[in-house]
Design a protein around this ligand. Structure first.
Ligand code: EPU
Length: 419
């Protein structure tokens, strides 16, 4: 096990590149099941979740090769199951369900169960597949889905679900007839997946709006695709600049995906502007508190809530942060309080009263984005902060410590004795 030792209080300076988006890479990799042959993905981030997806694909019979690009060969898909050992370490494993049913006519997916941030059922994925003619059986912790040939359906999702939209979009590309999906997720990662499916020969319209139409085709052909940059990583680095009162340039920031976040960041007094070299973020001496309500895209992303809360701990005044997507996404609050923050939780609301200074302490990471918020707080805190269980960070941030170091942060990776 490893931990980060962070000496806080250093203003970050310099420029960085943002990696490919984890939440785009994972469904893209799963989509390779749909078309036999060799798929090529550029700008794939080097992350633990990406490796886990490659392990799952290899269990199914595919061969992944990580070089400058990732190639996945899917000529042979032998197995139809996502085993519990894989699903429990990465819920996005459920993304192979739609493609497996479309390609093989059957899939057996271990039910993910609850996770650190909430219950996160997959009932809406299963309900949609069943309305496309699949037989769905739940037994022994498994979802068993069978359909000789999926047929088109008109599906209105009860809740906006990102991987649900992606799973059903992948299931529908090879179905008979025209599938209509309503109240779908509009996330840029959904659009990136639709773009790749269309590059393979699918006929999808409307991705990025709340209604997607998919005209089923007979077959798809592998193609070459570049993964979009990670908007959550970009937002995390922007907050790193803001929280340390520093000034950084992000060379390839996906600004168009970050409008709501940027309007909140600007409202807090942080200066953000496009320059020749890239997107410049400059902290302010006088940070103001801003309220946040998380919402599906294009709203304020739940995946940036914890990091923005870290920023608000040192803002002037009181910030109310309401989490509407996941029921347990405040695990970072007691840890931020250990660093001297003043945050109270009231149901789905966190009331953050800004303090003058955070002070270093040992803290423990609980999930990916919570970990990022603790690193950010550590960068701002006076003295030394030790963040344990950083393996959570490795799921979704490529070389976070190295990138922060190039911006001048004092961050060390050390062995940690914690269980
Ligand atoms: N939900 C249901 N039933 C379903 C599916 C979802 O009730 O069948 C509920 C969930 O419990 C949640 C809400 O709907 O309350 C939205 O969940 P969603 O399905 O959109 O989440 P997800 O697809 O499992 C993806 C991202 C998450 C991100 C959420 C929300 C990937 C691989 N994961 O999860 O990313 O937080 O959308 O934007 O795309 C992260 O990267 O740290 C992360 C957790």
């Amino acid at each position: 096990m490893e931990a980060f030792l962070i000496e806080g209080g250093i203003k970050l300076k310099g420029s960085i590149n943002i990696s490919g988006a984890k939440n785009a890479a994972l469904p893209l990799m799963a989509s390779s099941i749909l078309a036999p042959g060799v798929h090529t993905f550029k700008n794939i981030p080097n992350l633990r979740d990406v490796k886990t997806m490659a392990i799952l694909l290899s269990h199914l019979g595919a061969k992944s090769d990580f070089g400058e690009t990732l190639t996945i060969s899917t000529d042979e898909i032998r197995a139809d199951d996502a085993p519990y050992e894989v699903v429990k370490t990465m819920r996005a494993s459920v993304l192979v369900m739609g493609p497996l049913v479309a390609r093989l006519g059957h899939a057996r997916i271990s039910l993910p169960g609850g996770c650190a941030i909430g219950a996160r059922p997959i009932d809406l994925h299963l309900k949609a597949l069943s309305s496309m003619g699949a037989e769905v059986n739940l037994h022994n912790g498994l979802a068993e889905v069978k359909a000789k040939k999926l047929r088109a359906s008109h599906i209105i999702f009860e809740k906006v679900t990102v991987t649900g939209t992606e799973n059903i979009m992948m299931a529908a590309v090879l179905a008979d007839g025209k599938t209509i999906l309503e109240n779908v997720a509009r996330e840029p990662e959904v659009v990136d997946l639709a773009n790749y499916l269309n590059e393979m020969g699918a006929r999808i319209e409307g991705a990025g709006t709340n209604r997607i139409e998919i005209e089923g085709v007979k077959s798809l052909k592998p193609s070459v695709h570049t993964v979009i940059p990670d908007r959550i990583e970009a937002a995390t680095f922007m907050i790193a600049a803001a929280i340390t009162g520093g000034e950084i340039i992000i060379n390839n920031a996906p600004i168009k995906y970050l409008k709501t976040f940027l309007s909140h960041l600007k409202e807090s007094g942080v200066s953000v502007r496009m320059e020749d070299k890239g997107f410049k973020v400059k902290g302010t001496e006088k940070l103001s508190s801003v309220d946040v309500i998380t919402a599906p895209y294009p709203g304020f992303a739940t995946d940036i809530q914890a990091q923005f809360m870290a920023l608000m701990t040192i803002a002037d005044g009181i910030s109310i942060i309401k989490e509407t997507i996941f029921e347990n996404r405040f695990m970072h609050v007691p840890e931020l309080n250990r660093l001297g923050a003043n945050i109270k939780i009231d149901g789905s609301m966190a009331i953050v009263k800004g303090c003058k200074k955070l002070r270093g302490a040992p803290v423990q990471a609980t999930d990916l984005r919570a970990s990022a918020s603790l690193v950010l707080a550590g960068l701002a805190a006076e003295g030394i902060t030790k963040v344990s269980r950083i393996y959570h960070l490795e799921r979704g941030y490529e070389k976070l410590d190295e990138k922060l170091s190039t911006l001048g942060a004092k961050i060390l990776r050390i062995p940690d004795k914690l269980p």
